[in-house]
Design a protein around this ligand. Sequence first.
Ligand code: PLP
Length: 377
Amino acid sequence: MEPARLSAATVAVTAGRPDPLPNAPLNAPVTFASTYAARAHAAEPQDVGYGRWGNPTWTAFEEALGALEHGEALAFASGMAAVDAALGLVSPGGVVVIPGSVYNGTEALAPQLAAQGRITVRRTAGIEAGEVIPALDGAAMLWLESPSNPLLEVADLPVLIDAGRSRGAVVVVDNTFATPLGQLPLSLGADVVVHSATKYLSGHSDLLLGATVTRDERLRAALHTHRTLRGAVPGPMEAWLALRGLRTLHLRVERACANAAELARRLADHPAVSRVRHPSLPGDPYHARAAAQMATMGAVISIELAGGPHAADRLCTTTRLWVDATSLGGVESTLERRRRHAAEPHAVPENLVRLSVGIEDVEDLWADLATTLDHLG
Ligand SMILES: *Cc1c(COP(=O)(O)O)cnc(C)c1O
């Protein structure tokens, strides 16, 4: 029988701590080290010897994230470094199937790797099984991002993961938006989870960090080799700050998701807003699927402005509490018109504003949004 698992809230607080020996600190210290004395560790060849191979502060963060995602985590310099490492698992020329539209960094990196002959990219416009499964013939990897950034499309994870696995493809899920509190892709059979820990995991908009998580020792070793040889390594301070942030993941995500659900409901009734994307809304095309496979609906909302791109820009530059800034997943609420980035996929409407809902008081957040929206005309 498997031992009963602690709840994620308890794991977030307790995992990745030093043993409570007499006078030991409760928290893992920040270890600033490029090299480690060899002799003390000579009998333990698995111990780190050089700063690019490993670091005790990374290990503490990795233990905590691994415990939350139910796998073995590796920290990377950024989310994109983790994405690059995961794509690097594909043998030269192997086919990577990417359904729908995904984070613009992944959208840009995949064709670049294809142009170099590293991989072959096969896109499907939609994310539904009827379109994705036929594209999996001969695929080496299936790349899923759900909910997707910024269109908030929710893929049928149980069905697509199963379809990928049964055809021998390595299935990767970018779990940045859902966090391990929202869904556990490895438990559904996915091979690798990738994270931009820059977002919810660290949660305070003060660092860049990425991570991979897997249960497959062969894949973990390949990802570790990639990190070491490419030098895609995080700084110890970043890993420490991310672990500090992770301690409150459950509280932050719970509040941000509750705020987002309430704001999505109110935004859907505002005449200046022509469309609200958030899986919590009963009218959202992904509501039923998200309710079935996700424990929380996420704290990103994407809205389309009835007044077009101009109104979207006005909204972003006029709010007082909401800061016009890219990125997401911090304690503070931010918003931006995504198509201001030249690299943003054209599937994203010009009038779409992505809101990253923070943990402030929801009435203050609404008052700021509503006042601004009321004056858009
Ligand atoms: C931000 C983001 C990334 C990239 O992460 P960085 O930490 O910015 O390198 C990857 N995937 C998703 C879904 C993201 O939102």
